[in-house]
Design a protein around this ligand. Structure first.
Ligand code: DHB
Ligand code: FE
Length: 284
C-alpha cells in the first residue's frame, strides 16, 4: 500500500522564483531566504518520495472568475509552468501521476468531498516556487507531482476545519492505493501578508510563530479558527495558510498514530511582501 512519509510546508512568492531564475540567489537580501532551505534540499535528496501531493493555490492563472473550483485535483500526465506575465518560469515541466491522482479523486469524492477533476492545467508560482525552494535548480523534478489547487483567492474560501478533514480523507485515499509508493504531502502559501488595500505590507511575526507552534502540536484545535481571524491577524493573503491544514490533516497522529518529528523549522521576514515560513514534519 502507498503511505504518507512526510509533510512539507512552505510559503511561495513570485519574487523568489524571479531571484532564482535571474541568478540573484547570492544577493544578501535573498541569501537570508535561501539559507532556510539548505537543509531542505539535502533532506529532499536523502528522503526522495515516489510522488509529491502538492497543495497550492492558483492565482487567477489557470482559473479565473469564469470558473472557481474550491478544490481541484490535477489528473493529467503533465502540467506546464504558466506564463504569469513575464513568460513561463524556466523550470522543468511538472510530470503528474494520473493513476494515483485518479484513485485519490475516486476515494475522496466517495468520502464526501467534492473535487473538480482537471485534465489540463498550467501551474503558476504557487506550485513551482515551493518545488524550486525544496528541490533546487534542477533539470528534472525529483518525482511526479499531483497538483491540488485550493481556492483562497476569490470568496467564499474553504474553512480550515474543512481543509483539515480533507487532509484526513487524502490520507485514507493514499493508504488504500495498491502500490508501495512513498508519498509526501506539501502545504504551501502564507505566511502573513497583505498585498492590497490600506493594510498592504502587513506582517505579524508573533501570530505566524504561534501558528507554526499550533500546527505542530495541536492542529485539530487550530483547524477550528475561523477564516476572519486569518484575515484580521495575518492579512488578506494570510488566508493561504488554510492549505497547510490539508497537509497536516494527512499525518499519522491525526489518524491515531504517533506524533510527527519536526525535522526542520524556519521563519524569515521579509521576502517581497511576505513572511516566509517553512516546516518539515516526518511521520514515524
Ligand atoms: C507575493 C506573495 C504572494 O503569495 C503572491 O501570490 C504574490 C506576491 C509577494 O509577497 O509579493
Ligand atoms: Fe500567493
Amino acid at each position: 500500500m502507498a503511505r504518507i512519509t512526510a509533510s512539507v510546508y512552505t510559503s511561495h512568492v513570485p519574487a523568489i522564483g524571479a531571484a532564482l531564475d535571474l541568478g540573484k540567489t547570492g544577493e544578501p537580501y535573498w541569501q537570508k531566504v535561501f539559507a532556510g532551505y539548505e537543509f531542505s534540499k539535502t533532506w529532499m535528496k536523502e528522503n526522495r518520495p515516489d510522488v509529491i501531493f502538492l497543495v497550492y493555490n492558483d492565482h487567477a492563472t489557470a482559473f479565473s472568475l469564469e470558473l472557481i473550483p474550491t478544490f481541484a485535483i490535477g489528473t493529467a500526465a503533465e502540467f506546464k509552468p504558466a506564463d504569469e506575465g513575464w513568460g513561463p518560469r524556466p523550470v522543468p515541466v511538472v510530470k503528474g501521476h494520473p493513476e494515483l491522482a485518479s484513485h485519490i479523486a475516486q476515494s475522496v469524492i466517495q468520502d464526501d468531498f467534492d473535487l473538480t477533476i482537471v485534465n489540463k492545467m498550467d501551474v503558476d508560482h504557487g506550485l513551482t516556487v515551493p518545488l524550486s525552494l525544496v528541490c533546487g535548480q534542477v533539470s528534472e523534478w525529483p518525482c511526479p507531482v499531483i497538483p491540488f489547487a485550493v481556492n483562497v483567492v476569490q470568496y467564499p474560501v474553504p474553512s480550515g476545519r474543512r481543509c483539515f478533514a480533507l487532509g484526513q480523507a487524502i490520507r485514507r485515499a493514499v493508504e488504500s492505493y495498491d502500490e508501495p509508493l512513498k508519498v509526501q504531502i506539501w502545504g504551501t502559501g502564507g505566511m502573513s501578508h497583505q498585498l492590497q488595500g490600506a493594510r498592504a505590507g502587513l506582517i505579524n511575526r508573533e501570530w505566524d510563530n504561534a501558528f507554526l507552534d499550533r500546527l505542530i502540536a495541536d492542529p485539530a484545535q487550530l483547524s477550528q479558527m475561523p477564516h476572519i481571524d486569518y484575515v484580521r491577524e495575518a492579512g488578506s493573503e494570510g488566508i493561504e495558510l488554510v492549505m497547510w491544514l490539508i497537509a497536516r490533516g494527512a499525518m499519522a497522529d491525526v489518524a491515531g498514530g504517533a506524533a510527527p518529528r519536526v525535522a526542520h523549522r524556519f521563519y524569515h521576514v521579509p521576502a517581497s511582501n511576505t513572511a516566509v515560513g517553512h516546516l518539515i514534519l516526518e511521520d514515524a
